[in-house]
Design a protein around this ligand. Structure first.
Ligand SMILES: Cc1cc2nc3c(=O)[nH]c(=O)nc-3n(C[C@H](O)[C@H](O)[C@H](O)COP(=O)(O)OP(=O)(O)OC[C@H]3O[C@@H](n4cnc5c(N)ncnc54)[C@H](O)[C@@H]3O)c2cc1C
Length: 427
């Protein structure tokens, strides 16, 4: 059997390279490592381990890239969702500096993987964090000094005129520009990683949801029609996994977020929006992020939802947000509109570690995972190979449960988000 559910509708799915079909898991199988989830975390870990000689099986509930990895904004950014100051508070400056340096490996790995495995995924360099309000200018300039003085990572400050030469939107007052970050087609990158993993010997089973794990000296992952006994298991199910490890579920909040792709604007009109083809994100709590696609559309993301339902009038709200940035797009609508779920940890720091000696996990990317997932996969693979120095630093980051369990954590987050949105609006 090789059918699996098609990928959810999006511009990415519409412009995806041919998707290989992967069989369902049938019967009892054996592997050195069994990975739950064929997103960027799981595939990066699988690829690293297969290249090191391990027999690896990946079990995916739906299809490769079904989760956030195949739907995201495609913005490849250094660092972690929580920022360096938060990490300094959690693990001290010295370890925060090491974590930051490793995050740059995550960005570099993308370029290396694209080149080595010839993954056609429309990579473009350049990323700007933009300021909407004067306090954002102060924050971004403080961040620039912090990164330069303590993290040996100089970024370029653009004042309003310099920014407007590339991004002529009246909404922005300045930007912190990074030439090493950039953007890509995330589904094609994920499919390319899956291809590379299969070429290295990884066996991927799609439509094969893990229903439970039997822990022990050799963990066993059970699906409806089969099982995999392994020496090590890797849990990379992110926000979509439920009930496999309740102690992990409690540490993250699944939050819906949305992206629209306009109709094709044409080269000239697209370049008039973002002249240097960089990716852009503002620094509001409820942020807007956007970039051009290779076929000259604007991909515009934003608008979070804290219930399981898409927000009312999503299209209208997203259009209004896009026009607030680009009033010249009056009359332009989204040809594609889709959503995905991000895994926010309470402190927005990465939550990576061991559940027990032979079960590893990585979650809590907090909307900042395109580059960090590559690092997560590599750090997990290193730990399985017996080099756990980097994993031990990540595992030292303290994480707290969302209070109130599944029933209460959503209303609490809604209340917290209402406050942050008010703050975005007022200051
Ligand atoms: C709309 C959106 C925009 C984003 N934009 C950006 C961005 O621009 N830049 C950035 O850095 N980050 C962004 N992110 C975050 C980034 O996409 C994620 O951090 C990253 O893709 C997480 O990868 P993952 O492999 O851990 O999880 P996923 O890609 O979600 O993969 C998990 C996989 O596990 C599978 N699974 C779940 N449960 C089971 C089970 N029981 N058995 C088997 N399989 C299971 C799922 O089907 C899924 O395929 C965005 C996220 C979203 C949703």
């Amino acid at each position: 059997m090789s059918d699996h559910p098609s990928h959810p509708a999006s511009w990415y799915a519409a412009s995806a390279h041919a998707m290989a079909t992967h069989p369902h898991l049938e019967g009892a199988q054996r592997a050195d490592v069994c990975v739950l989830g064929a997103g960027l975390t799981g595939l990066n870990a699988a690829l690293e381990l297969a290249e090191a000689g391990y027999q690896v099986i990946v079990l995916e509930a739906e299809s490769v890239g079904w989760g956030a990895s195949g739907r995201n904004g495609g913005q490849v950014i250094f660092g972690f969702g929580c920022g360096e100051s938060k990490l300094e508070g959690l693990v001290g400056r010295a370890d925060a500096q090491r974590l930051f340096a490793w995050s740059l490996d995550g960005v570099r790995m993308i370029g290396e993987r694209i080149a080595r495995h010839q993954i056609a995924c429309d990579w473009r360099s350049g990323h700007a964090h933009v300021a909407i309000r004067p306090r954002h200018v102060v924050e971004l300039q403080h961040w620039q000094r912090q990164l330069s003085e303590h993290y040996n990572y100089p970024l370029t400050w653009w004042d309003r005129d310099q920014l407007h030469a590339n991004l002529p939107s009246e909404r922005y007052l300045g930007a912190l520009y990074d030439a090493n970050s950039g953007h890509l087609h995330p589904l094609n990158y994920t499919l390319g990683l899956a291809r590379a993993a299969c070429a290295a010997g990884v066996r991927i089973f799609a439509g094969s949801k893990v229903l439970r794990i039997e822990h022990g000296a050799r963990p066993v992952l059970h699906t409806q029609h089969g099982s995999v006994r392994c020496d090590f298991a890797v849990l990379a199910g992110n926000a979509l996994v439920k009930g496999i490890a309740p102690q992990l579920d409690r540490k993250i909040m699944p939050v819906g977020t949305y992206i629209g792709a306009t109709a094709v604007l044409g080269d000239e009109r697209a370049r008039a929006l973002i002249g240097n083809d960089m990716a852009v994100a503002d620094i509001n709590w409820a942020l807007d992020y956007f970039r051009l696609s290779a076929d000259h559309r604007l991909l515009f993301g934003g608008r979070a939802s804290y219930s399981n339902l898409p927000p009312a009038n999503l299209r209208g709200v997203m259009r209004a947000r896009m026009r607030r940035v680009f009033p010249q797009l009056k009359g332009v609508d989204f040809e594609y509109l889709w959503g995905g779920v991000i895994d926010i940890s309470r402190n927005r720091a990465p939550h990576w570690g061991r559940l027990c000696d032979n079960v590893y996990f990585a979650q809590g990317f907090s909307g900042h995972g395109v580059a960090a997932t590559g690092l997560a996969g590599r750090v997990i693979a290193e730990a399985i190979r017996g080099q756990s120095e980097r994993m031990d630093v990540f595992a030292r980051i303290r994480h707290r449960d969302f209070p109130g369990g599944r029933a209460l954590r959503m209303p609490l987050l809604v209340a917290a988000m209402a406050w942050f949105k008010l703050r975005d609006a007022l200051w």
